[in-house]
Design a protein around this ligand. Structure first.
Ligand code: GLV
Length: 321
C-alpha cells in the first residue's frame, strides 16, 4: 500500500502530481492554513508532510502522529518546526534554501527603494486623486548612492543583499559572529546600528534573535535611518518599533514580515505613512515558488524512499537502523 503524504496548502500542481505518482496524497484544499485540529486529523497515519511556515510542528504534534518520518518545509526558515523534538523522534526535517536567495535579496532592495523613494505613498496619492500638480516639496525621498547599509546576518540572503547594495554604490557593513567576509567590513551590532543609514535584517528567528531590535537598538539608530525586515517578524519588537515611530524616530520602515503575522488590518503600524508593510512576499516570484515546491517535493520523496534529501537539517535520522 502506498504511504500517506499530506500537503498542508494548495501549491504548484506539478509538484503535487509528482507526489501522487508515488504516494497516497491528502491535500488541504484551501489558501488558508488548517487549524491545529484539522492538521492533526489530516496527518493521521501519514508518513510525510509538506508544511508551510504557518504550520506549527512541535513535540506534541509529533507524538500524536507516530507514523511521521519526514517534515518537508516549503521555506528556508524553519522556526515553525521544533527540530530537536523531530530529531529525538527520528523525524527528518527538510527545507528549501538557495533557490530563493536571489529573489529574496532582490525583493529586499525593491523594498528599500520603495521606502527610500516614497513609492507607496506616491502611488496611493495618485490613485486617490491627490495629484494636483508637480510638487517640488512632496514625496521627497533619499538617495542611496554612498549611503551606508548595515546587514544584520551575512548568511546566503544577507550576503546577496550586501552584493546588490555594493553594486548600487552603497557602503556595506555587516554584523555576524559566524561569518568572516573578505568583501565586507564586520562591525559589532551596536556600531552597525549607529553608523547605518539603512539597517536590513537577515537572521533566522532563534531564541537569541527574538527581539534583537528593541528599544535600545532603535534608540542608537540614526533618527532618519531606514529599517528593513525581510527575515522574521519577531526579530523586531513591534511595540518598541511603534514607540520609536511615535516619537518621530526613523525616516522609513519596510516590513515583509511582522509580529503578529498576519498583521491585523487595524494594527497601529499601518497609521504611519513612512511604514511600508507587505504580506511576507519576498520569495514570491512564479519561478522561485515553483523551484521551492519542486525542492520540497524532492526532499520529501528522497526521505521516504531511502534517498538523500538535497536539504535535510538532521540527515542522521535517515540512517538510524
Ligand atoms: C520564507 O520566509 C522562507 O523562510 O522561505
Amino acid at each position: 500500500m502506498a504511504l500517506k503524504v499530506v500537503v498542508t496548502r494548495r501549491i504548484h500542481t506539478e509538484a503535487v502530481e509528482r507526489l501522487r505518482q508515488l504516494f497516497d496524497v491528502v491535500e488541504w484544499e484551501s489558501d488558508l492554513p488548517p487549524a491545529r485540529a484539522e492538521l492533526l486529523d489530516m496527518l493521521n497515519g501519514a508518513a510525510g508532510v509538506l508544511t508551510l511556515l504557518t504550520d506549527r510542528i512541535d513535540g506534541d504534534l509529533l507524538d500524536r502522529v507516530p507514523t511521521l518520518r519526514v517534515v518537508s518545509n516549503l521555506a528556508v526558515g524553519y522556526d515553525n518546526i521544533d527540530v530537536p523534538a523531530a530529531t529525538q523522534r527520528g523525524v527528518a526535517v527538510c527545507t528549501t534554501p538557495n533557490v530563493l536567495t536571489r529573489t529574496t535579496a532582490e525583493f529586499t532592495i525593491a523594498l528599500l527603494f520603495a521606502v527610500a523613494r516614497q513609492i507607496v505613498p506616491g502611488a496611493l496619492a495618485a490613485r486617490q486623486g491627490d495629484w494636483k500638480t508637480w510638487y517640488p516639496m512632496r514625496f521627497l525621498g533619499r538617495d542611496l548612492l554612498g549611503a551606508t547599509i548595515g546587514v544584520v546576518g551575512l548568511g546566503r540572503i544577507g550576503e546577496e543583499v550586501a552584493s546588490l547594495a555594493g553594486a548600487l554604490g552603497m557602503r556595506v557593513i555587516y554584523t555576524d559572529d559566524r561569518i568572516t567576509s573578505q568583501r565586507f567590513q564586520r562591525v559589532a551590532l551596536e556600531d552597525l546600528l549607529r553608523e547605518s543609514d539603512i539597517v536590513t535584517l537577515h537572521v533566522p528567528l532563534l531564541d537569541s534573535t527574538r527581539g534583537l531590535i528593541s528599544d535600545n537598538q532603535l534608540a542608537v539608530m540614526k533618527p532618519d535611518a531606514i529599517l528593513l525586515n525581510t527575515a522574521r517578524g519577531p526579530v523586531v519588537d513591534t511595540d518598541a518599533l511603534l514607540r520609536a515611530l511615535e516619537r518621530g524616530h526613523l525616516s522609513g520602515v519596510g516590513l515583509d514580515v511582522t509580529d503578529p503575522e498576519p498583521l491585523p488590518a487595524d494594527h497601529p503600524l499601518y497609521r504611519f505613512e513612512r511604514v511600508t508593510i507587505v504580506p511576507h512576499i519576498a520569495s514570491a516570484t512564479h519561478a522561485t515558488r515553483g523551484k521551492m515546491s519542486a525542492l520540497a517535493v524532492e526532499n520529501l520523496i528522497a526521505a521516504l524512499t531511502g534517498g538523500e534529501p538535497p536539504n535535510c537539517l538532521n540527515p542522521e535520522v535517515l540512517h538510524r537502523g
